[in-house]
Design a protein around this ligand. Structure first.
Ligand SMILES: Cc1cc2nc3c(=O)[nH]c(=O)nc-3n(C[C@H](O)[C@H](O)[C@H](O)COP(=O)(O)OP(=O)(O)OC[C@H]3O[C@@H](n4cnc5c(N)ncnc54)[C@H](O)[C@@H]3O)c2cc1C
Length: 438
């Protein structure tokens, strides 16, 4: 008899947890992802601000699962699902719509960037969702300083050294604070013609407070910390326009060559593939056992799933994805082994954290609200614990200690210099030899 096949799409937090939960199952597990790595998204902002190198927050999926003999890893982009024929379709390097049949299917395809209907913003304001995004943002930030150093006209320095983050959720806050630390410590003494510490960093959001999912006291602590680091926080107004030269917000034009989008996300097309009921955001509404209504063999987990608990939808965070992925994997394992049906999924909230620059974080778990150095130590310990491999844990720990002591960063390389197709302008004056604007 052919072995039961479990197909898992997505090797992020949810998909990887599901695969690991099936390691001892009598099944052939196929894990498909469009990248060859498992990415630790909470540390993307550290790649974007040069603290860590890309290879320190991601690990090849095949390496992570090398001992899991019942699991095959496929590099491919899933394009659709045929629920009746029980088949997933994917594109690989040179083929389209390759079918792969399943007995059980777990979809864990996460989210993508959302520009709230303004897709034209995307070309001017990159988001932060993948490693490629993080390297692109790093390039943009570092290139702005290089361009300012080479620029004769001091009036252009202000535009080049104005950095705008749109979205004051955890990613925007963490990124803004990390940029402030980058310019005021690491870059401070390395330029001769410009003063990096004069860089202007703005955090803009239409919400009335930063970190709106945290309690008000922690939002206030985070905002005060940002301001102490020199970040300008503009709240209560949405951005009306983003173009190549800056943004319009609350009737004001702010000129900037570097705008970064950290505002919104949209779920993967899993709901469309399944033609399933979705919530307003487009996330697949799942049953309490994270299966799709009418299809006990299909599970949707993590950011692309919608499940209410105590009348509220579960948040799009790593712990929800990990716990749902693990739950779906265990449920399939139990079914295959003829065990009892497990209880409905129940999320165990371990709390939320956000880091606001060197040595400062906010932490909220139950009634405990903490801000400052102790919260930062807890943040560092938790993030180390959840990295995918021991080698990443050691590498990141060593880098953090080194950066903490010396201010030096892990990777400040600009990697797209010659691939850039930026418009150029004629040189007006030769490069002066003396320091220009310091
Ligand atoms: C910058 C950033 C910071 C964050 N910080 C935190 C934090 O501090 N704490 C926290 O709890 N959460 C944080 N999150 C949220 C957290 O990362 C997500 O909730 C979590 O990753 C969701 O897991 P998932 O498995 O649903 O999706 P993901 O981890 O995003 O995985 C989705 C996977 O599916 C793959 N995929 C997608 N579409 C396809 C396709 N068509 N074919 C093949 N493969 C596909 C992707 O390549 C990816 O590997 C952060 C997210 C971001 C972007």
């Amino acid at each position: 008899m052919a072995q039961t096949r479990v197909v898992i799409v997505g090797s992020g937090f949810g998909g990887l947890a599901a695969a690991k939960a099936l390691r001892n199952a009598a099944a052939s597990v196929v894990l498909i992802d469009r990248t060859n790595h498992h990415l630790f998204e909470p540390l993307l902002y550290q790649v974007a601000t040069s603290v860590l190198a890309p290879g320190q927050i991601a690990s090849p999926i095949r390496g992570i699962l090398r001992r899991q003999k019942n699991t095959t890893v496929i590099l491919g982009e899933v394009t659709g699902v045929d629920k009746e024929k029980k088949c997933v379709f994917f594109d690989d390097a040179d083929r389209k719509n390759v079918p792969i049949p399943y007995d059980y299917l777990v979809l864990a395809t996460g989210v993508t960037q959302s520009y709230f209907g303004h897709n034209e913003f995307a070309q001017y304001a990159p988001g932060l969702k993948t490693l490629v995004d993080a390297v692109a943002v790093r390039n943009k930030v570092l290139q702005a300083f290089e361009q300012a150093e080479a620029e004769e006209d001091p009036s252009r320095h202000r535009d080049l050294l104005t950095f705008i983050l749109v979205g004051a959720g955890p990613t925007g806050v963490e990124m803004a604070a990390a940029l402030a630390v980058l310019v005021r410590s690491t870059l401070k003494s390395e330029f001769r013609r410009i003063d990096p510490t004069t860089a202007r960093i703005l955090l803009v959001d239409m919400a009335p407070r930063v970190l709106p999912t945290f309690s008000e006291d922690l939002s206030t602590a985070a905002k005060e910390r940002l301001q102490k680091l020199g970040v300008e926080v503009r709240l209560g107004h949405s951005v009306d326009l983003i173009d190549a030269d800056g943004i319009n917000v609350a009737g004001e034009r702010i000129v900037s060559k570097t705008v970064i989008w950290t505002a919104g996300v949209a779920p993967s097309p899993a709901g469309k593939w399944l033609n399933a009921d979705t919530d307003r955001a487009g996330r697949v509404r799942v049953q309490p056992d994270v299966s799709v209504p009418g299809h006990p063999e299909i599970f949707v987990v993590g950011d692309t799933a919608s499940l209410d608990e105590n009348g509220k939808p579960l948040p799009g965070v790593a712990q929800v994805a990990i716990q749902q992925g693990r739950y779906a994997g265990k449920l399939i394992h139990k079914r295959l082994a003829g065990g009892p049906t497990p209880k409905p999924f129940k999320y165990f909230d371990k709390g939320s954290m956000a880091v606001v620059g060197k040595g400062f974080a906010v932490l909220q778990t139950g009634k405990i609200h903490l801000s400052g150095f102790v919260a930062w130590l807890a943040w560092a310990a938790v993030h180390l614990e959840f990295l995918a491999t021991s080698s990443l844990r050691v590498a990141v720990f060593v880098q953090w200690v080194w950066t903490y002591i010396t201010g030096q960063r892990g990777s400040r390389l600009i990697l797209n210099l010659h691939g850039s197709d930026k418009a150029t302008r004629p040189a007006e004056t030769p490069l002066g030899v003396a320091a220009a604007s310091k």
